[in-house]
Design a protein around this ligand. Structure first.
Ligand code: OOB
Length: 554
């Protein structure tokens, strides 16, 4: 069942990827029993007190797949999933893969503003949420979104008490007898490998998050090749601390990479050192992946507490710029090898190799995983720059889709006519052959790895009644790397405050990481000669503290 609005690879490229063995034409759902047959009694996943073997995991996954069919879900349907790091996420993800249902992976931080838009755009057939998480009532929010859908839209709930009419995800994952027959029944429903397996979200540069459709073919390769490069093996114990709904922890190589080689996955609900370190020690974790902001807090915690991190062999860091000083201190302090990862939900992955010399690991962001990855570094005129010079990175390849899902107008800007993805990242090639990320030209704030489209923030701020005009900018931040600054032209006679603007974001149900961190008021916005917002002068406004009666935020 082909979905509409998916931009596929041209026939010629697809044939080439199949002929060269990169695409194996296997649906992701075939993993479930491949793994169980090979690693049956080994532990697949640990989540608090729960430990499941590969076989138990396969049986529960298939039981859920059949119950999803019972709800009326079918090949070609999409499902909105918002779950924290838990084993049920994996069971649900793979149950969907068995039957051709594509989960759309929202982040736990997303709220009504984002989820309602995603549910509409992907026309989802069901919604899966936790009951509550960090004090937020996800179940009620899901009920509201489901009620607005044209078609019937079941709500599946994890934990707590499902409201009347809602379904209990844990109960749906309980094993039912008859595994062998169910296995063959479900095998017969396997989707075609060139179809959409699931959807990732892009931070995006315009408006609400864009959706990236990843196919079975492309993601199977993404995970397999990542596992090879990162040396994953049956001895691998992977700690999932970043949200598994994000590409990094999901498949780079992440939880799927660890399982696909018979390793063990440990689900951790938070990246805070106080929670992650005891988990790491208890399960003898060998590898994990974090954003630089988390790496920095771990460094402090490791210095202070001297906890038992002895089992850790590799720390992957990516998602935003890793400052050189931090890069140099990580390996010696945590007693492991650092691996820098420069990746994107849109596809292309770069890793420093575990065998790269230490100075290459600490000063570059790695190189592509595939010989079939095509990279261009171009100047403002669109032509390739000289070797070693900085320019915008454009890419195509076997796991980089050729366009966003159902976004034709945006695709005209984000992709070239011949299918190159314009990353908006400024890079140069280091003499080692690795890439160095030098900056970016996209209008985005990278707040501790979370991507925020500048124009989405500006649009939301302009809706505050006291605001006549607004512009947003990425401000430097000591821990997060960047945070969100907004400059506001007030409506005459009014004096909007940061608290007021944040309250407005809260009321509209905007994810908290997008709420402005700093505010400046100005009589007019600084403009360039051609009348565009001058972001450099905007930044200067934040260099001087704002004289204000408001107490600084704690
Ligand atoms: C990862 O994916 P996304 O989709 O959240 O963000 C992609 C963007 C890149 O275009 C780049 O602007 C930035 O995040 N980025 C980095 C970086 N890694 C990503 N900027 C500087 N240094 C790095 N190492 O962030 C992502 C996906 C898969 C694996 C790892 C990260």
């Amino acid at each position: 069942m082909m979905r509409t609005g998916v931009v596929g690879w041209p026939r010629e490229a697809a044939d080439r990827y199949v002929a060269s063995g990169l695409w194996r034409r296997r649906p992701l759902g075939s993993w479930v029993w491949d793994w169980a047959d090979r690693y049956g009694h080994r532990t697949a996943v640990v989540d608090g007190a729960i430990r499941l073997s590969y076989r138990e995991f396969a049986e529960r996954t298939d039981s859920l797949a059949e119950r999803l069919l019972g709800l009326g879900l079918k090949n070609g349907d999409n499902l909105l999933v918002q779950l924290p790091n838990c084993w049920e996420f994996l069971g649900l993800f793979l149950a969907c893969q068995r039957i051709g249902v594509a989960p759309l992976l929202a982040l736990p931080a997303h709220r009504e503003h984002e989820l309602a838009h995603l549910a509409d755009l992907a026309d989802v057939a069901a919604i899966v949420v936790p009951d509550t998480l960090r004090g937020f009532d996800h179940q009620s929010l899901a009920a509201r979104i489901a009620a607005e859908r044209r078609r019937s839209c079941p709500v599946l709930v994890l934990g707590g008490e499902p409201d009347p009419g809602h379904l209990d995800l844990s109960a749906m994952l309980s094993p039912v007898s008859g595994a062998a027959e169910r296995r063959s029944r479900l095998d017969a429903l396997a989707p075609e490998p060139e179809e959409v397996a699931f959807f990732l979200l892009s931070g995006g540069t315009t408006g609400l998050p864009k959706i990236i459709a990843r196919t079975h073919n492309d993601y199977e390769y993404n995970v397999r090749r990542s596992s090879e490069i990162c040396g994953f093996s049956p001895e691998t114990v992977y700690l999932a601390v970043l949200p598994v709904a994000h590409n990094f922890a999901l498949g780079c190589p992440g939880v799927l990479g660890a399982l696909s080689v018979g390793g063990r996955v440990v689900m951790c609900p938070s990246p805070r050192a106080a929670i992650a370190f005891p988990e790491l020690a208890r399960e003898r974790v060998t590898v994990t992946s974090v954003v630089p902001a988390v790496a920095r807090t771990w460094l402090g915690a490791a210095d202070a507490a001297g906890p038992d991190l002895e089992s850790l062999r590799v720390l992957q860091v990516g998602g935003s710029v890793l400052p050189a000083d931090l890069a140099q201190r990580l390996a010696p302090t945590l007693g492991c090898t650092l691996q820098q990862v420069f990746g994107m939900a849109e596809g292309l992955l770069n890793y420093t190799r575990l065998t790269d010399p230490p100075f290459v690991i600490s000063t570059t962001q790695g190189r592509p995983i595939s010989e079939a990855d095509e990279l261009l570094i171009v100047g403002p005129d669109g032509r390739p720059v000289e070797e070693g010079e900085t320019g915008e990175l454009l890419t195509r390849g076997p796991y980089t889709p050729r366009g966003y899902f159902r976004a034709p107008e945006h695709n005209v800007r984000a992709y070239t006519p011949d299918g190159w993805y314009r990353s908006g990242d400024l890079v140069r090639r280091h003499p080692s052959g690795n890439l160095v990320v030098e900056g970016r030209i996209k209008d985005q704030v990278n707040r501790g790895g979370e991507k925020i489209a500048i124009d989405e923030v500006e649009d939301l701020v302009r809706r505050v009644p006291e605001v006549a005009d607004a512009a947003a900018v990425a401000l430097p931040h000591p821990v997060l790397g960047e945070c969100v600054g907004v400059c506001v032209v007030p409506v005459p006679g009014s004096e909007p405050t940061l608290a007021r603007i944040r309250a407005h974001f809260e009321e509209r149900g905007v994810a908290a990481f997008k709420h402005p961190d700093e505010l400046r008021l100005a009589p007019t916005l600084p403009l360039t000669a051609v009348g565009k917002v001058d972001r450099k002068r905007l930044l200067d406004l934040f260099a001087v503290p704002q004289p204000t009666a408001e107490p600084p935020l704690g």
